[in-house]
Design a binder for this molecule. Structure first.
Ligand code: GLN
Length: 203
């Protein structure tokens, strides 16, 4: 593997993809804007940002991205935040909705009710460095996780940050806080994947 930074795409449909690009640069990765299928070529990983998952689905259909993304997410590292996590989940409720179906979890949309639908709190995480600030915006709730899914942080007894193989998913927005631990953790997943990929090509 070369010593260069990994190239990580950020799906640039709506929402705060620019904040993700800044966070990636701070976590030693090169962000790449993704808006059409060709943009995925040669990427080492991908971030699906927050936004409105229904709007994002419509965009994916219109730009021929749904199927190619499904393939990408099943074979390369991907990190979803909020609506991005909704897109990754195997099952979506409230209401039922189509998804890329790669994360072994059931997600309920807009699950925190109207009054507390957006909030900032500090909660423990298993990532080294102590409790973490978490920004929730009309957040979904991960109501079930399946085999192979590791919980890295919880809120009120439900996972808010989970990891399954090459997939990382948060129901909050780490790109909106100063703390870069979550993006760094994803960049580590991507670098590990790159090393393995390079090794398998050498063998
Ligand atoms: N409420 C949005 C949805 O259901 C997600 C919100 C977000 O990404 N901040 O798709």
């Amino acid at each position: 593997m070369s010593g260069t930074y990994p190239r990580i795409g950020v799906l640039g449909i709506q929402g705060d993809y620019a904040a993700h690009a800044v966070a990636l640069a701070e976590a030693d990765a090169e962000p790449v804007d993704v808006r059409k299928p060709e943009d995925l070529e040669g990427l080492d990983g991908l971030i699906l940002p927050g936004g409105e998952s229904t709007t994002m689905l419509r965009f994916l259909d219109r730009h021929g991205l749904f199927e190619v993304l499904k393939e990408f997410c099943a074979s390369r590292p991907v990190f979803g935040t909020c609506a991005g996590t909704i897109l990754l989940a195997k099952e979506v409720r409230n209401p039922t909705q189509r998804s890329l179906g790669v994360l072994n979890a059931v997600v309920e949309r807009n699950a925190y009710g109207r009054q507390i639908d957006s909030s900032i709190l500090t909660a423990p995480t298993t990532l080294p460095g102590g409790p973490m600030e978490m920004v929730f915006i009309r957040a979904p709730r991960i109501v079930e996780i399946g085999e192979g899914v590791e919980t890295l942080a919880m809120r009120e007894g439900f996972p808010v940050l989970v990891h399954e193989g090459n997939i990382l998913a948060a129901t909050f927005h780490p790109e909106l806080s100063q703390d870069r631990r979550v993006h760094r953790f994803f960049v580590e997943i991507v670098n590990r994947f790159r090393r393995k990929d390079a090794e398998s090509k050498r063998d």
